[in-house]
Design a protein around this ligand. Sequence first.
Ligand code: FES
Ligand code: FE2
Length: 380
Amino acid sequence: MSLPQTSLLRASQRAMRQMADRNTPFIKDEWYVVAFVTEIGRALLERTIIGQRLVLFRTTRGEPVALEDRCAHRSYPLSAGKLDGDTVICGYHGMRFDKVGDCIEVPSQATCPKGIGVRRYPLVERGPFVWGWFGAETEADPGRIPATPWLESDQWVSSQDYFHLPGNYVSLHENLLDLTHLTYVHAGSFGTPDYARAPYEVESSDGRYRITRSVVPTRLPPVWAVPTGLGHDHAARIATSEFVAPGLHVVSVTFYDTELAPDKRPEFIIRTCHVPTPETHGSTHYFIVHSRDFAQEDSSITEFMRGQLMMAFREDVEALTKLEQVLAEDDPERYEISVASDAPAVAMRRYLLRRAVPMTDAPADRGTVANSDLHASIRP
Ligand code: FES
Ligand SMILES: [Fe+2]
């Protein structure tokens, strides 16, 4: 393969600079899921979110608390100390911090200096998630937490899982916004050969990016065919991936029998919250909550689907781990091209860059950014 001409290489690299990538600063004025509700209890839990060390616990009344996991005295991690009532005692020299992070006791002296402490992060519990705010505390508006009402509805049944992903969160969002990869990454699980060529529609508005793929008619893989009973070759599989916020991506899939009239056929919906909370620039807390709106009472279906899906999502984790190893290399000559189906992902990455670096000169979204001329020209 020959290298692209210098001008085309530069054009490609200029386009890449207008998109967020693994090195883009984190967006701080956002809500991110810091943990599942069930993870936080009366033991100190350490966790790094957008590069910031937190220590998490519940007060004696059950309220979740997140403090900076770095003692104000000599930086010892508070998570290595002790929870005493609603206070944390540093495990190094014994300073005591209350639930809002104020230092209230210094054992080596009679009085505690005023105005010292560690940062407190606002938390809100919603459904299975604990969301944390990383911007200025005065701007922590719970109304900005992405809505997930189905997670609190008894019409839906859910299961939850977690991966520690050795990859960056931008790549995970991009993976979810282009399900072309199902045919390749998931060839052995829930991908089918017809997926990559299925027609799709794109919807973009500032901050929300959505792609809908209609695979109709199709034969469903077992993970969907077994629970829906649509084990034939005339099923419909309509999948919508939506970037909702930097900390949430939702994939909703509707299945039905194409040979039944629209008013006579049952429809089955599977909806998955993919929650990519950045840990560092090269690692992500990947929380997953997987829901369905049918057979709510059947726990065997829950377990079957959970097992199959985690096998499939592990394929994403493995692929994104490999990708991260390449992206983390410092290669000034690297270039990438975009094709038509990348349009929502490119728009999403431009949005993330604008949010992270507000003074960027990245242009506003202009719908598709795939450059077919460029694409054609730099092929070997
Ligand atoms: S480092 Fe925490 S009390 Fe000294
Ligand atoms: Fe995938």
